[in-house]
Design a protein around this ligand. Sequence first.
Ligand code: UT7
Length: 330
Amino acid sequence: MNTPCFIRGLGHCVPESVLTNADFERMVETNDEWIVSRTGIRERHVALKGETCVDLCFGAADKALAQAGMQADELTHVIVATFSPDSVIPSSACMLAHRLGISGRMCMDVSAACSGFLYALETARALLALHPQARVLVAACDIVSSRVDYTDRGTCILFGDGAGAVVLTAEDCGAGCPQVLDVLVSADGAMGDLLTVKGGGSGTPYKLGETIRSDFFVQMNGREVYKHAVRSMSSICAELLQKHGLTPQDVDVFIPHQANLRIVEAVGKRLEMPEAKVFTNLQKYGNTSAASVPLGLSEAVAEGFVKPGHLVLLGTFGGGFTWGSGLIRF
Ligand code: UT7
């Protein structure tokens, strides 16, 4: 039998500044009608005041710990899912633990782009199986704006910054303690070149004094990413439901990766998930990459969209390609 995994606390944090579609009309050749009809996005929170990955992780972790009724020094492991850490070395997890005032724990970053939260959650479940007394903090954050080319209208309008965090234990917190029932994650590197942030990596290094190139920023084939996102996210969600003998009718709330409203609607349709069960907040945050699903989960719970007893299905898709699904009973 699997070691159980309970969510003891949940939190999220976004930067203060907001970029609206009207702001983008002044930056690139675009318009509100195009952005809303192609993506559903109206605004995004962006770290214009210099907030970093660790700042937002700390904000989300602080709320998750408060909800869990725990102090930071009770944590045994710190995992941060991100593709936009404060620095390559030290990792954001090491920096986050330090900011939380703790040391002497396993701290590591997980890189799976927009699927990072579910990859980190699966890692945490494995740690709980090894160490049932563990108290694991998983934070998922991206400052996508640090890797967005704000002259490229095909990508810049899509993304925002944010963080979500959960505190996980094998020990429950009494009746109604949300339990992660299962997680499925997958990847296919053959399609990696369709969505990249390459510049500065050892495959495309920069020399001292060299001007950064466009490969430093998010580059993607939007149409291809769109097709694979719909296919992979819906198939892995269906696979997880089937594994548990469940149907979409059994699901109370579906929280998909908040990339684009058309992708969300297409996945919902494939899964035959009624629109009323699908949570979206991409209209005000855009695509926040690794933060997208935990930010959605945290907001959906705070707003009462997710209620005690609900079965919640999560779905993600991201660069790599990576994708995943998760089931949580509230
Ligand atoms: O976490 C996963 C991250 N990636 C994604 O979520 C991306 C998935 N893909 C998408 O969401 C869509 O492909 C986009 C929203 C990025 C683009 O929508 P599309 O319907 O696939 O448009 P397109 O790329 O085929 O472009 C159609 C037209 C082009 O003009 P022409 O060549 O037809 O004259 C683009 O240049 O729209 C133009 N265009 C824009 N027009 C106004 C591209 N971006 C913009 C823009 N404003 N911001």
